[in-house]
Write a new protein. Structure first.
Length: 239
């Protein structure tokens, strides 16, 4: 697992609080007054005073930096990665990408009776924003908007493909580039412990525990004939 600690950024401490007041009464809808407060060591507002020109300038610069960071969200470093199926950039954007069948290390909680270790997984389609992730499986080699989606054969998933990340802290930088974004989400998913099924969801035909026990025992390929279909196609993930 790669160390992404340096991408999480520094913790922020409160240094200034602004209170916006509006004069009430007819004819004063746009009559505003802004008070500025400094913050003490406990994070409590002190020293209330009218917002100064200098403070206004500092606020404008801070907002400009924040806007520039948001504009860099999901921006690729170079050519668009071949794995990307769809991209909606912007501060509230998301990415849709796929990964081929591969062998990865999976982690299982002790109560499942499945040994953690390398196991084959099917081709997957991922959809992620800053704070949420959906995963589906696919069996077709060539993907189109009409490619049918199957339930991803994992624990900790809802029937709509959304992933329950448990107590994993998701920290996606505001200016996270596309390549780093994809790498972070795949790392979050494959390095969290699979622990339980959700709401009676059955992603595969048969017993999922026995399936992963056999796959972690040294299987070379994931048996895609055991995947359960969903009602979705890839086009349903694009909004």
């Amino acid at each position: 697992m790669k160390d992404f600690t340096g991408t999480f950024g520094n913790l922020y401490e409160p240094v200034k609080a602004l209170v916006i007041l509006r004069r009430t009464g007819e004819g004063h809808q746009s009559d505003y007054y802004i008070e500025s407060y400094d913050m003490d060591e406990q994070g409590c507002p002190i020293n209330g005073h009218p917002l100064s020109v200098k403070e206004s300038s500092q606020l404008a610069k801070a907002l400009e930096v924040t806007e520039k960071k948001a504009q860099g969200f999901l921006t690729p470093k170079g050519l668009m990665p071949a794995c990307v199926l769809h991209l909606n950039s912007g501060s509230e954007g998301y990415a849709l990408w796929h990964t081929p069948p591969q062998t990865v290390k999976l982690l299982f909680t002790e109560n499942l009776g499945i040994p953690s270790g390398n196991a084959p997984v099917p081709a997957l389609v991922w959809k992620a924003g800053k704070g949420s992730l959906q995963i589906f499986a696919v069996t077709d080699g060539t993907l189109t908007e009409c490619t049918p989606l199957y339930h991803a054969p994992f624990f900790n998933l809802y029937s709509d493909g959304k992933v329950c990340m448990g107590n994993v802290r998701i920290r996606i930088p505001a200016d996270c580039g596309l390549e780093q974004f994809i790498e972070l989400w795949q790392d979050y998913f494959f390095n969290s412990f699979f622990s339980h099924m959700i709401g009676g969801h059955e992603p595969v035909k048969g017993n999922i525990v026995q399936l992963w026990q056999s796959l972690t025992a040294g299987a070379e390929f994931f048996p895609t004939d055991l995947l359960n279909p969903t009602k979705y196609q890839i086009k349903n993930l694009i909004r």
